[in-house]
Design a protein around this ligand. Sequence first.
Ligand code: KG4
Ligand code: ZN
Length: 355
Amino acid sequence: MRVLGIETSCDETSAAIVSGTPDDMQLESLVILSQDVHRLFGGVVPEIASRQHLVGIVPAVNAALHDAQRSLGDLDAIAVTHAPGLVGALLVGTSYAKTLAFSHGLPVVPVHHLEGHLFATLLEQPEAKPPFTALLVSGGHTLLLDVPEWGRYQLLGQTRDDAVGEAFDKVAKLLGLPYPGGRPVELLAATAESPEHGHAHYFARPMLRRRAVVTDDDYFDCSFSGLKTAVLYAVRRAEAAGDIEQQRASIARGFQDAVIDTLVEKVYRAAKLRRRSRVVLGGGVACNGALQQAMRERFAGRNGVVFAPTPRLATDNAAMIAAAGLFRALQGEHAAPDMTATASLPIPGIFSGKF
Ligand code: KG4
Ligand code: ZN
């Protein structure tokens, strides 16, 4: 089976070709057109995003076919992100996918963007397959899932307020760093001395209590808005003391350490509960090297393996959509002609249940 994937849910216009089966998948091509224009506004402007997708979608798909040395006749299906995301942006992808598919007699497979993130690592590391514990951390989502098999996702925890990436972006803004702020915060934090030397700011770890038990409501959930406010006060204090330049790196480091400690502990609890030895990270924040390293150190003791995609596949891209679409297509799923874009929708196959 060979699938063309299309992703336009936010600010990347992307197309990719993937072939094979979930156990043996090949990435034949991947084109990502990133919309840098949003940097000027410090965040994604939906109307501009839709217009840029309109400009980029046809060249992106043509380039993906060209790079893979394939034509539309070589495809078995077209997979497209239909939810969640910016509706105007999603509509560009879904409308184009439906038109292209209709004119070439191909089925369209609607893909949930977050299911895509779960498949991203599989394209590079065939061992990143279920059963595993998954942490999806992006600009819009923070989800802790148990994945017994593809298509079945138990929701264990999520954020109660800001997504992790959103917190990185807001903290970056407070520290005068560019948007998107995750990578700049990571780089700045790396220049601070380590907390063992007493130079990092210390921020309370949100929702991490000693003696927590699995039946507590916040055992798996996270919260980042209080941490963001604590950073705001630290920045204000440093500014009032005329010391912000000296303290920026230490504040960034203190923030990142608090986020990482929280995420590592929540993932560890989830893996332990379900006795999983594999952990798969997904979403833009999964690019964070300090997060990956802390996660690997924590799991080394229980012979756990932590998989994280490379940056190109961690951030939004169509290869992961083609991969999830290939799985869904093999299940015989395809869209009715009235399939459309939806701003928010649960991942198909998600369930919550007793721990
Ligand atoms: O998955 P993604 O590309 O888009 C969404 O679906 O949101 O994630 C983007 C998010 C942004 O908030 C960005 O700041 C964050 O991922 N991010 C990072 C890093 N690289 C990107 N956060 C922390 N450390 C990084 N190295
Ligand atoms: Zn994403």
